[in-house]
Design a protein around this ligand. Sequence first.
Ligand code: DQA
Length: 146
Amino acid sequence: MSVVLLLNGPNLGALGYREPEIYGTDTLADIEKAVAEEVAVRGWEVVSIQRDGEGDLVGAIHQHRDSTVGAIVNPGALMIAGWSLRDALASYSPPWIEVHLSNVWARESFRHESVIAPLASGVVIGLGAFGYRLAAQALLHLCPET
Ligand code: DQA
């Protein structure tokens, strides 16, 4: 059974009520369901982990590095200076996609840099919860043999 790691960082457990004008009204459960639907076409499953602490995200990456075919990662604000998250992802060899619900380029300048983006197979920004579906489709595309 192929498994995708869906990894969400700080404050993303609050989706649905957190600044809905920016992040939309879909909850993390809605997003988990959407990703599961997308990858089910190939018989894949999803393991979803959301943590507010960077160390927990680092641990999740190492824990799942051998058991997953790819990952979808929304680092939240850790995009800006999450160096240990970046280093953990550097040791994760399957393809992974960075997702941001909001168009970070249209927001405050401190959101204009991602320390993890240079390592990602691709980045989806600004398309709301639909971006996770696109990331899931991208992983299916990048892993044709699984
Ligand atoms: C976010 C964008 C980040 O700048 C912010 O800190 C988040 C959410 C997004 O999905 O748009 O927590 O990653």
